[in-house]
Design a protein around this ligand. Sequence first.
Ligand SMILES: C[S@@+](CC[C@H](N)C(=O)[O-])C[C@H]1O[C@@H](n2cnc3c(N)ncnc32)[C@H](O)[C@@H]1O
Length: 347
Amino acid sequence: MAGTRTVAPEPSLAARPRFGRIGVGKSSRCLLHVTSRFLNENDRGYALSRAGIAFDAQKRSQQGKIMTQKTIANHEVGGQEFYAQTPANIPLFYDQGLGPVFFVDFANDIARRAAAAAPLRVLEVAAGTGIASRRLRDFLPAEAHLVVTDLNSAMLDLARTKFSPAEGVGFHSANALSLPFPDNGFDAVICQFGVMFFPDKEKAYCEAYRVLTSGGHYLFSVWDSERHNPVARLIKDIVARFCPADPPRFCEVPFAYHRIDPVRDLLDSVGFTGVNISVVSIRKSVADVSAFARGQVRGSPLFDELRVRGVDPDRVVDALTELVVREFGSEPTRMPLRAIVFEARRP
Ligand SMILES: C[S@@+](CC[C@H](N)C(=O)[O-])C[C@H]1O[C@@H](n2cnc3c(N)ncnc32)[C@H](O)[C@@H]1O
């Protein structure tokens, strides 16, 4: 809500971090922290409003053009194109349905890491609806200036509503692959769960490097594999059940960029040093599984992929809700989630 600052309470059941090594090689540079946290439901976001649920059948991009079946079908897999034209309401379902389950706890984690070095000029890329941005603003020094960017201006519009003008936050539509900022201007660049969607990861890393000052920090998170995020497999199973001949391809993207060594090697080759890799696990308590399922189906590009295939999204929501409860137990259901956080420094 505009003008308010809400800080999620610290998770009271946070277990002590376990530190260990996993076979990632180059261990002197890449100490791998295995952090297991079992968190309370500490931030459920806002209840989905009726207005949000009563979905407008007409699809419009944020530029106001009606999205035809053809333009939707032309979206490329594995790239930013999924998010380039977001029909109205996706940001709301994303923020309120997916946010409290998938993003809020990891946002707390990455924002705390970013704030540890007390950076004063901070850039966030692929910020979406501002879930991590809100945490960043809460944890960064008061005098820090935060610049929040995303390719998609509809997502950013929602992010904007979470800040008051006095908080010193700037907003820009920006492609992470060609950032509209001069060299050496930031002490930290942050990206939560965005890198998987970048069609050219190296270019994105080079851009982060370019805009960072010497000694600046680059932090980003990705999802670990489906093995560690079993809900991803459930989503895929449900979607395949409804579209057996031509399953939506969006489901392949978010959980597919989890191999640590290639990322570390790429960061090394771009010039970053001090690469540190943390695996962050939570057991997430979900009080309203159908709101989560609705967020998953209606709050992501999956929605259009279903629509062009003639599948009623609400039937998918119901089936996903049922399967999640069957797999993880009745509400509040508890599902394991696991992310990988990369931290690197520009020398
Ligand atoms: C899963 S969301 C993550 C959003 C946010 N960081 C969070 O944690 O809630 C992925 C975001 O990446 C953005 N995105 C995709 N490709 C992008 C690109 N090339 N440049 C900037 N943002 C991009 C999308 O618009 C979307 O908001």
